[in-house]
Design a protein around this ligand. Structure first.
Ligand code: SAM
Length: 291
């Protein structure tokens, strides 16, 4: 009788992206599994996407596709602004958006406000290529609740980037009109803000609510989209609030070495399929057609 095959452990990480949709990643190793004062932090090493940061069961970033998201969150607004000197990053404790922001010479100071210092330190330890800019002298880190921080800021920032977790618990206020009003006050006259606003396939209601909330505060609201393979459905949206600048007009070229964002991707990002216009109540439809 032949020898038995040696069995190997078949470990998988599964994210329930919606109650009816899940993403499974084969795990090579579990590198960190801890509870912070705010959320559960998991770092796993996978064959398909390299190391993955998971907060409260939701994928935040993977080594192999994080650039798709971080480049869009930063450059869609930084390349549209005439002189983006002062940048505020809300959430974003992994440092990916900060890394992209300081690629712009015009940027004089970036303030990062993340409620959970454990996320910042976890990224420093396990994602050095993502957190690499956190030690830059132009970067200031404030481990606190952004809802409180922004309430005290007036006419201070050129750019505000809201790179938050999904609207659950202490992050839910970051998707509310009250917070958008505080962001509007914290921005200078020609200020721009951008927020991740989820997937039109997985969370259409959340997307339309966020855009409605932004429209109740900002003079102009634009929606952009992009691909992020490990985010729910892979189709992701970015909502831009503006006081007077039209973010569809690129005023500076893509920084060298970007892998997703480019001059072409900037203009493409604001061209939306009809079903998405439908979800956000299509106000912009008229505008897009007029160009
Ligand atoms: N790109 C990821 C996404 O779209 O799912 C988000 C990444 S980033 C790690 C999200 C960060 O938002 C977390 O580190 C979390 O601690 C932070 N966060 C959530 N609510 C916050 C709040 N009220 N104030 C400051 N940071 C907050």
């Amino acid at each position: 009788m032949g020898a038995m095959e040696r069995r190997v452990a078949d470990l998988w990480f599964t994210e329930y992206q919606t109650p009816n949709l899940r993403l499974g990643l084969r795990i090579r190793d579990v590198l960190l599994n801890k509870q912070s004062p705010y959320q559960h932090i998991l770092v796993v090493d996978t064959d398909q996407y390299g190391k993955v940061l998971v907060l409260d069961g939701a994928i935040q970033l993977t080594e192999n596709d994080e650039f798709c998201y971080h480049e869009m969150m930063a450059h869609l607004v930084l390349c549209a602004h005439p002189c983006p000197e002062r940048v505020l990053v809300i959430g974003g404790g992994d440092g990916g958006v900060v890394r992209e922001a300081i690629k712009h010479e015009a940027v004089k100071k970036v303030t990062l406000v993340d409620i959970d210092e454990d996320v910042i330190n976890t990224s420093r330890t396990f994602f050095p290529n993502v957190s690499c800019a956190l030690e830059d002298e132009r970067v200031e880190i404030k481990p606190m609740d952004a809802l409180l921080y922004v309430k005290e800021r007036f006419n201070e920032f050129d750019i505000v980037i809201i790179d938050s977790t999904d609207p659950v618990d202490f992050a839910s206020g970051l998707f509310e009109p009250e917070f958008y009003r505080d962001v509007h006050k914290a921005l200078k006259d020609n200020g721009l803000m951008i927020a991740q606003t989820e997937s039109p396939f997985a969370e259409p209601k959340l997307l339309s609510e966020a855009v409605k909330g932004l429209r109740s505060v900002f003079e102009n609201v634009y929606l952009a989209w992009g691909v992020v393979p490990t985010y729910p459905t892979g189709f992701w949206t970015y909502s831009v609030g503006s006081k007077n600048i039209d973010p569809r007009i690129q005023r500076r070229s893509a920084p060298k070495g970007t892998k997703y964002y480019s001059d072409d991707m900037h203009s493409l990002a604001f061209k939306l399929p009809p079903f998405v216009w439908e979800i956000i109540d299509g106000d912009n439809l008229k505008e897009a057609k007029a160009d």
